[in-house]
Structure formats: structure tokens, C-alpha cells
Design a binder for this molecule. Sequence first.
Ligand SMILES: Nc1ncnc2c1ncn2[C@@H]1O[C@H](COP(=O)(O)OP(=O)(O)OP(=O)(O)O)[C@@H](O)[C@H]1O
Ligand SMILES: [Mg+2]
Length: 320
Amino acid sequence: MAAAIETKQLTKSYKSRAAGNINVVDNLDLHVEEGEIFGFLGPNGAGKTTTIKMLLGIIYPTSGEGFVLGKEIGDMAVHRLISYLPERPYYYEHMTGLELLKFYGSLFGIYDEAKYRALLEKVNLHRDMTKTISQYSKGMQQRVGLAQSLLNDPKLLFLDEPTGGLDPIAHREIRDLILSFRDEGRTVFISSHELSEVELICDRVAIINKGIIERQGKLTELLHGGRIEITVGGVDEAFLKGLNIPDSNIRGLPVGVLMDMPEEQDPNGIIDAVRNRKGTVISVVPRRKRLEDLFVETVTNPALGGKPSVPPAVAEEIVK
Ligand SMILES: Nc1ncnc2c1ncn2[C@@H]1O[C@H](COP(=O)(O)OP(=O)(O)OP(=O)(O)O)[C@@H](O)[C@H]1O
Ligand SMILES: [Mg+2]
């Protein structure tokens, strides 16, 4: 698989009167594969939007390098192949949804009414295309933003907080749309705080904290370390202890005995042993590690982050 995004020691510094130079993005090595949904996670002020803006060529890195779809960042040729839904999109409120797509389409030299309508239909706004943006709810504005971001048929989409402030139904709609982008072969780079959502749709994630990538990898690999809990009746604690399951804990409950063990352990042998002993299996519950646990563990663990937080209260750009 080719890389859709690759950065090497990408850094952005701002000058702060209080704290001197601050790397708000600090030697970032990011790797995003083509065709995946990549979650870019981090607390407020971690450097997510700054990174996206560097990748888009909106602001310049202080040092390091980055490649988007194989071209160096800032290469204008890439702009035809990518799109961006900003954190707080601002649209001309007097325009209707259809007019908005016509306007942005014209910037790309796209004059295709059927395409505008098809995109509005895709984001479920075809019944509202003659309403003005001022009449759109937040969720509708986000959906028209996604339609706009598809105008140039991008290979790579940057979505900065695409579900911020939306209700659960709007969340699900946006989530399904993002999944459909991947099905169409696009790469999606999402910055988000919605960890449960990211967990549902992202293939790989990076967690950035104070400008530094603390974790990066496949979600399935980052979230390993879960447990399986088996509750059984009709056998005692000593019987389960006698099975000698490595790294297991056993305790009595009013309904029976509960044993938890690493998720890699196959529970079938234990179930068979309990049944052979005429015991009953009450429940087998996988307790997966959640992305929220990993996130909190990563951003609050000084051994991983290390750097004290010095948010630049008043900072200026460093001119190279
Ligand atoms: N133009 C600028 N001048 C000075 N400092 C800036 C500038 N832009 C961003 N910063 C600082 O860089 C840091 C990272 O900001 P950024 O917007 O990238 O964070 P973020 O991860 O997107 O946060 P959020 O989740 O709140 O959107 C913050 O401390 C911010 O104050
Ligand atoms: Mg941001």
C-alpha cells in the first residue's frame, strides 16, 4: 500500500512572549496508508489543526518535511486531489445548498448541475437544497460541507472534527457517509474527540499530545490487552485455580465464580472443563480495552508524554 500522507520530523513553532519558542507540532512522523480511515486524536491544543493546515499547505512548517499523495506539501497539483472540511466551516448564509455547491464547483471549474444534485442526495439534503444555509441546522451544515468536500472527487479528505456538536442521529449519518468514502476507495484523515466514533470507523490512529505523537498504529493492535470474564456455577474457586490459566484472577460471586483472563486465552477449554465437571457456564464476556482508556492513559501518563504543558497564551509565528 502506498502512503497517502507521510511526514518526517514535521515541526511548527510559534514564539511566545511568556515561554519563548514553542513547538506546537514537534518532529511529527506520521504515516497514513492509502484507502484507510485514519483518526488523528489529541486533547484541545494538541496540534491537530496546525498539522492539518501544514499538510494542506495553508501554513508553512518551521522544519521537517511532509508528503501528501506522494507530492511535497504545498505542491499545488495535489490540491485537485484532496479536500478539506474545516473545524468551523463558514458559508455564505444567504446561499441555498444548491447555490453553495455551484459556487464551490465553479472554483474547481466544475459546472455540472446533475453532480451537485447527486451530491446533495448523497448527504440526504436533496429535499432541502432550496433552503438557505441560514435555515440549515448544524447537522445539515455539516452535511452540505461534506457534499462540498466531494465536489472534486478527492482521493484524500481531511475532516477536522466532522461531528463536533452534533446529535446522535447526525453522528450516525456522518459516520455512515465517512464509511462510504472509504468504500469508494478514498483515504479519510479525521481529527476528532469523539473516541467511541473513531473506534467504530478508523483503521489506524495517532494520538498527539503537546505536539508529539505518543501512539500510532492499528486500532486492533493499540487496543490489545483486553480481558475475558467467565462466570460459572456448580464448581468452586479451587477447581478453577486448578486449571492453571496464566495471568488469571478468580473470585467468588453470589451467583457463582468469576474468572478473568487475558483476551488471547481461548475460553473453550475452560468451558469444556466446567461442563465435564457438571458445572454451568453463566456468562462469557469479553472486556475489550476501549480507545477512551488508551487515550486517557496516553495523555495523562507523564512517562509517555513527559513534557509539561505550556500553552502559548500570546504567541507569534516564527519567521524562518
Ligand atoms: N497562529 C497561531 N499563533 C500562535 N499559536 C498558535 C497559532 N495557531 C495555533 N497555535 C497554538 O498551537 C497549539 C495547537 O493548536 P491547534 O489548533 O493545532 O490544536 P488542536 O489540536 O486542533 O486543538 P482543538 O482540539 O482544540 O481543535 C495551541 O496551543 C494553539 O494555541
Ligand atoms: Mg483543532
